[in-house]
Ligand binder design. Structure first.
Ligand SMILES: [Zn+2]
Length: 262
């Protein structure tokens, strides 16, 4: 390569690297406010780390590579193969729903959606999450789901299997905003961690909190169970940021802060 062409190549590739953020689907992304002042006007999650202020935004799940241009800096989402998961639900009435169950499931999904759209400013969100339950990961985020060989939506949550009755704790401080017994999710609750960061807990055998409770990290919220549509006792744990489901496993990874604020 000609010397000047080589210099141009170096300049081009390095400036290209800086002009976009590259990330896997389902991760949190930290955008420096100084590089993106307009972001300040948005109703999103701001976080200060080492005296630098960041906007914390989600990279949504995506099967293919794509670029998000809703912020001043483009965010390129990598194509990632999350694999697949095939499960068998023996109770076919929970797979091919009756008219009555289908209406119930629809009403519940609307109620859940409404709660998940919450944006509250009375809680300052923490990013120091811990695992909500001591168990074995039985299904990871992003897997293409097949239920009784029928393709379904990807699994955008983390399943942690543990014995029935194992305690489930709040992985971070939050407010309980919805508690109920739902068709798919069984005994279910949603925690609001503030500024558009929320999490939900499904299939519990028991719930130990009520809507409106403010919880500290590690407060007991319930027990592992197999209520709703399940194959065995486990916690189905979802985390939402700006209404997008993100990968809960990343939040509890040891290198989470290094990766987010690299
Ligand atoms: Zn699950």
């Amino acid at each position: 390569m000609h010397y000047k062409a080589f210099l141009f190549f170096i300049f081009f590739t390095s400036s290209e690297l800086k002009s976009q953020i590259v990330v896997d689907p389902g991760e949190m992304v930290a955008v420096k406010i100084s590089t993106c002042p307009d972001i300040k006007n948005k109703e999103i999650f701001f976080y200060t780390f080492n005296n630098i202020e960041y906007a914390i935004i989600p990279s949504p799940f995506s099967k293919n590579s794509r670029v998000i241009k809703s912020y001043c800096i483009p965010i390129k989402i990598n194509k990632k193969d999350f694999g697949e998961s095939r499960i068998t639900i023996l109770d076919v009435s929970k797979v091919n729903l009756s008219e009555e169950d289908s209406q119930r499931a629809y009403k519940e999904s609307q109620l859940i959606k409404e709660s998940l759209n919450s944006y509250s400013t009375d809680i300052k969100p923490s990013l120091k999450f811990i695992s909500p339950v001591d168990g074995i990961i039985s299904s990871r985020y992003g897997k293409q789901r097949y239920i009784n060989d029928q393709p379904r939506s990807p699994h955008l949550a983390l399943d942690i299997a543990a014995a029935e009755g194992t305690e489930i704790i709040a992985p971070a401080p939050g407010k309980v905003i919805l508690v109920g017994d739902f068709f798919y999710s069984g005994n279910y609750l949603i925690l609001d961690h503030g500024l558009g960061l929320l999490s939900s807990y499904s299939h519990m055998s028991k719930i130990h909190v009520q809507a409106g409770d403010y919880l500290k990290q590690s407060d007991i919220i319930g027990e592992v169970g197999s209520t709703g549509r399940v194959t065995g006792p486990h916690l189905h744990w979802s985390v939402y940021l700006e209404k997008k489901r993100i990968n809960p496993e990343s939040l509890i990874a040891e290198n989470f802060f290094e990766k987010l604020f690299n």
